[in-house]
Design a binder for this molecule. Structure first.
Ligand SMILES: *Cc1c(COP(=O)(O)O)cnc(C)c1O
Length: 500
């Protein structure tokens, strides 16, 4: 399998090389030359496999320059029962009612779905470095809206031959997320707060990535950049696995029969998670609709209805901060696929986005997208109401991001009447956003005067849940990272850390 850039500047790249580079030198994203198709027999075979076996089964098609032994090693190191909260299924599926199952993607070490990819990416990358004869140390630069940062720090800590630097918006992350990052241990890890929002951090990182002079200087000193953001194919491809795995689990559980279609709902920010579901669909997984759920930063909802992508709007800070994003990077990959790999058109749209913040797709492309995707968004008050009503009805606690998914799904059902079996991707543990969750279910009084740490205990007690191990003693850990910089100072920080 070869990979090519969505901007047309590079073709015939092996997966190890694409994973090592992260982003293509022309600013585009790597995509596979073609999408692998699986038949029903191949899907049926997954039913009796473990999560780890299913992962190798899917990854081997896209990462075919890795041997099966190498992939098996990566998968077995990443997805251990002990790292995933004791769940041998890794991504347990909880049936909420006859129609809706919740795919819990957050049992990994940092309590968000980012672990699904970031526990395996470092292993894939270390092998990629070996395979490509790379002599440089790999410097992982990450812009984070909260969850990626911690997951990358945790995934890469003490991994030989790598350094990881995380930039997070100083006021855009929850207290738990911030503490997770500034207390990170490891000899090769750095986390730095940036004044501004996620888009500032992300565009700062993109600028550093495409700074040719800086790259030359780095290579002279034995360093090379790569990315752990979802622009890296090595992060995207492990996410395809859990959609196939969920389908196999539904069959195993007698909820559906082989070939039955399902809907998939994804709370969306950078468009990485839902793009993985799109690849699953194109690979032959029987999917009826992909439902793209946004919070009040509803750029994607508008885009899917109007065909106009317009980031010129107020950035809203919401209680689902990992989705507070106005530039959904991975949409570029979808556009490239839908236009039949038309790199010129995609480059043109992306340039318009960069210079004026707006681009408009043509009607034909828009129609194709509406066929695949249904989109909706959720207000802050609806998010709270959803958390409350799901708890009251099912005694099941969801986090703010998952609540956005469920609310948009409800709107989908009202609008279409479609009762197809549906899987909702649940992207974070409710403990990670406990203040909003406790407030939604037990009222403002329950949170008054309490720190997020006291609220962990409240949520555990009232909700009859146990606090995830990794969040338990966060407030007692030493603060190891306390740097703050402006967007324009990010490059200097990188240079200073590397001693350039
Ligand atoms: C990152 C994240 C999302 C958004 O996922 P994308 O792949 O960026 O669309 C949603 N929910 C949570 C909890 C996240 O951490």
């Amino acid at each position: 399998m070869f990979y090519e850039s969505t901007r047309g500047g590079l073709k015939s790249v092996l997966s190890a090389e694409a994973i090592k580079m992260g982003i293509a030198p022309d600013g585009g994203l790597f995509v596979p030359e073609h999408i692998v198709k699986l038949n029903m027999d191949q899907i049926n075979k997954l039913v009796d496999m473990s999560y780890q076996e299913r992962a190798v089964e899917i990854l081997k098609h896209y990462l075919d320059d890795y041997t099966i032994d190498e992939l098996t090693e990566c998968v077995n190191e990443a997805y251990t029962t002990s790292k995933f909260g004791g769940f041998s299924s890794i991504t347990p599926l909880v049936n909420l009612n006859e129609n809706v199952s919740i795919l819990e993607l957050w049992h990994g070490p940092t309590c968000a779905f980012k672990d699904m990819a970031l526990q395996i990416l470092p292993h894939l990358l270390v092998k990629a470095v070996g395979k490509t004869g790379e002599k440089c140390n790999i410097v992982i630069l990450v812009a984070t809206s909260g969850d990626t940062g911690k997951a990358a720090l945790e995934g890469f800590k003490d991994v030989e031959g790598t350094q990881v630097m995380v930039f997070f918006p100083s006021n855009g992350v929850s207290e738990v997320q911030r503490l997770q990052m500034i207390t990170q241990e490891g000899k090769n890890v750095y986390s730095i707060a940036v004044e501004g929002n996620f888009d500032d951090a992300q565009s700062g990182v993109k600028t550093i990535f495409t700074d040719a002079a800086l790259q030359q200087e780095m290579e002279k000193n034995g360093y090379k950049f790569s990315s752990a953001n979802s622009i890296n194919w090595g992060r995207l491809v492990p996410q395809i696995v859990y959609y196939f795995s969920a389908y196999a689990d539904l069959i195993k559980d007698g909820q559906i029969q082989l070939g039955d279609k399902i809907n998939i709902v994804v709370p969306t920010g950078n468009f990485g998670n839902i793009l993985a579901a799109y690849y699953a669909l194109e690979m032959g997984l029987p999917i009826n609709k992909l439902i793209c759920a946004s919070n009040e930063n509803n750029v994607l909802t508008d885009f899917i209805y109007t065909g106009v992508y317009d980031r010129n709007r107020a950035f809203k800070k919401t209680m689902s901060p990992s989705m507070d994003i106005l530039i959904s990077s991975n949409l570029e990959r979808l556009l490239y696929e839908i236009t039949g790999h038309d790199a010129n058109t995609v480059s043109d749209w992306m340039n318009k986005l960069k210079t004026s913040g707006v681009y408009t797709i043509d009607d034909e492309v828009k129609k194709k997208i509406s066929k695949l995707l249904w989109a909706g968004f959720t207000s802050e008050s609806e998010t709270l109401k959803t958390i409350e009503s799901i708890y009251k009805e099912y005694r099941y606690v969801v986090d703010t991001h998952t609540a956005v998914g469920i609310d948009v799904y409800d709107k989908y059902v009202i609008s279409t009447g479609d009762m197809t079996k549906t899987v909702v991707a649940s992207t974070a543990s409710p403990f990670k956003f406990n203040e909003s969750v406790v407030k939604a279910i037990w009222g403002s009084e329950a949170v008054k005067g309490k720190s997020e740490f006291e609220l962990l205990a409240v949520l555990a007690k009232e909700g009859n849940l146990s606090i995830p191990e990794s969040l338990k003693d966060l407030d007692k850990k030493d603060v190891l990272h306390s740097e703050l910089c402006s967007k324009s100072e990010m490059k200097e920080k990188v240079e200073k850390i590397l001693g350039l």
